[in-house]
Write a protein that binds this ligand. Structure first.
Ligand SMILES: Nc1ncnc2c1ncn2[C@@H]1O[C@H](COP(=O)(O)OP(=O)(O)O)[C@@H](O)[C@H]1O
Ligand SMILES: [Mg+2]
Length: 438
């Protein structure tokens, strides 16, 4: 295992002392020879279990005392060793071992740590070596983390994009449908008017035939009478007065349809304005209407929308972003309504702020879910229907406008979102807002 081999790699397998070794023996081997780099050496029993350690500093202390060598030299090391030594199990992860060692080591550092395997001696490791291994691991972890963070950022950007594409798709479908209806009757009217034109042409032709007959110096009364009879016949079938009044109506209807289409196109242009910058003098009431125009197809036949738009001052904001927030709220509200229901949209203002509320009498949100609805990716909708990003994007947009978005909901009764925006927006972090928008 990785953790196992990490600690083992730090262990030097130097020969330990036996508990019965005398201080003189120990000093001879420890202070001379090849153990110069080692701070402490373990004392191990015959079965291989670690009993304690003796450090270079302890030995120095013993020999520095007056007559130390004569007094203690023949005593066994077991009497002087420190049982509370630094021990690390060979199977311990580096981080855990480093934490244990750094919290229990004495300062100034006077010992190495003993690597054990179930209490049996494996080797001796340097504390600084362990800390260096730990640092390497942390650095590797940080690298992995930042790579994971970059991946997450890019996949989040992709998802934000897909939420945008989803609402764009929804918008396009809605608008296409909206345009189709007036377009249908405009086409129909034009067809009917073409037929009327045909009838009129026949009538005009007959009339000019009569005029020709009357003007013809050689013309006979018989021909004139025939032409007259023809016109009479036509007039009984096509009453010109009626025809003209029908045509007037058709022209009126057609014009109305065309106006509707151009209003939609204008609305669409307003809605998805590409200039992602703050614009002064934006009325939230216009934003509400703009969002409703786009959402109309998704909500009609199902939801009754009640607009109570107050006298709100124009503010400085990014209208396309506010439109997006409102469309999200209205779409969520419509999706929460099973069967038929109502959405109440209100706007009002006080001295410092303007408010928009979107309230529905749909299925509501449980207290448990209410805590999570602004979290990115939280959705209760089936795959393909919800991305769970709508509200988190709304939150960010409103936050970047210096406002807040609040929610209250009661399961079974409905939900109310309120957006609060300052009347005076500080144009801070415009770049950040643009970043969300792009
Ligand atoms: N008006 C509402 N009524 C009930 N539930 C709602 C309403 N608005 C949002 N929610 C809940 O919040 C969740 C997150 O919404 P949102 O972030 O827009 O993502 P999505 O609509 O893609 O699921 C929804 O799945 C839904 O459970
Ligand atoms: Mg949504």
């Amino acid at each position: 295992m990785q953790a196992n081999s990490d600690i083992r790699a730090l262990a030097r397998t130097i020969p330990p002392f036996a508990p019965g070794d005398t201080i003189s023996d120990v000093a001879e081997r420890f202070l001379g020879g090849d153990l110069q780099q080692i701070l402490s050496v373990p004392v191990v029993d015959e079965a291989g279990y670690v009993l304690g350690t003796i450090s270079r500093y302890q030995l120095n202390d013993i020999f520095m005392t007056k007559f130390g060598r004569d007094l203690y030299g023949s005593r066994p090391v077991a009497q002087f060793m420190s049982q509370k030594c630094l021990r690390v199990e060979v199977s311990a992860p580096v981080a855990e071992a480093a934490q244990h060692v750094t919290t229990t080591m004495r300062i100034p550092l006077s010992e190495d740590f003993v690597v054990c395997d179930g209490g049996r001696y494996v080797g001796v490791g340097a504390v600084l070596g362990l800390l260096a291994a730990m640092e390497t691991q942390v650095r590797k972890g940080a690298d992995q983390l930042s790579q994971a963070y970059r991946q997450l950022q890019s996949s989040q950007a992709q998802l934000v994009q897909s939420e945008k594409m989803a609402s764009l798709g929804q918008m396009v479908a809605g608008v296409a449908h909206e345009i189709n209806t007036p377009l249908g009757y405009v086409k129909n009217n034009v067809e009917v008017m073409r037929e009327f034109g045909e009838q009129l042409r026949e009538l005009v032709q007959s009339c000019s035939g009569l005029v020709d007959a009357l003007l013809d110096p050689h013309g006979s009364d018989v021909v004139v009478a025939k032409k007259l009879a023809e016109i009479e016949d036509l007039r009984s079938m096509v009453d010109p007065e009626l025809l003209f009044s029908d045509m007037q109506t058709l022209f009126g209807d057609t014009n109305f349809g065309l106006e509707q289409i151009s209003a939609l196109v204008l609305g669409l242009k307003d809605f998805s304005r590409l200039d992602q910058s703050f614009t002064d003098n934006v009325s939230l009431n216009d934003c509400v209407d703009s969002a409703l125009l786009i959402a109309r197809n998704a909500i009609k036949n199902k939801v009754e929308v009640i607009r109570q738009l107050g006298d709100v001052p124009a503010i400085s904001c990014m209208p396309s972003q506010i439109n997006q927030v409102l469309l999200n709220l209205v779409t969520n509200a419509a999706q929460a309504i099973e069967g038929t229901g109502k959405i109440l949209i209100r706007t009002w203002a006080d001295v410092e702020r303007v408010y928009v509320s979107v309230q529905d009498n749909g299925k509501g949100i449980s207290a448990e879910n209410l805590k999570k609805i602004f979290d990115p990716f939280f959705t209760t909708k089936p795959v393909g229907e919800g991305t769970g990003l709508g509200l988190s994007i709304c939150w960010k947009i409103i936050e970047q406008h210096g406002g807040v978005i609040r929610v209250a909901s009661e399961p079974g009764r409905g939900t109310r979102f309120v957006i609060v925006l300052p009347r005076q927006t500080q144009h801070v972090e415009m770049a950040a807002v643009a970043a969300i928008a792009s």
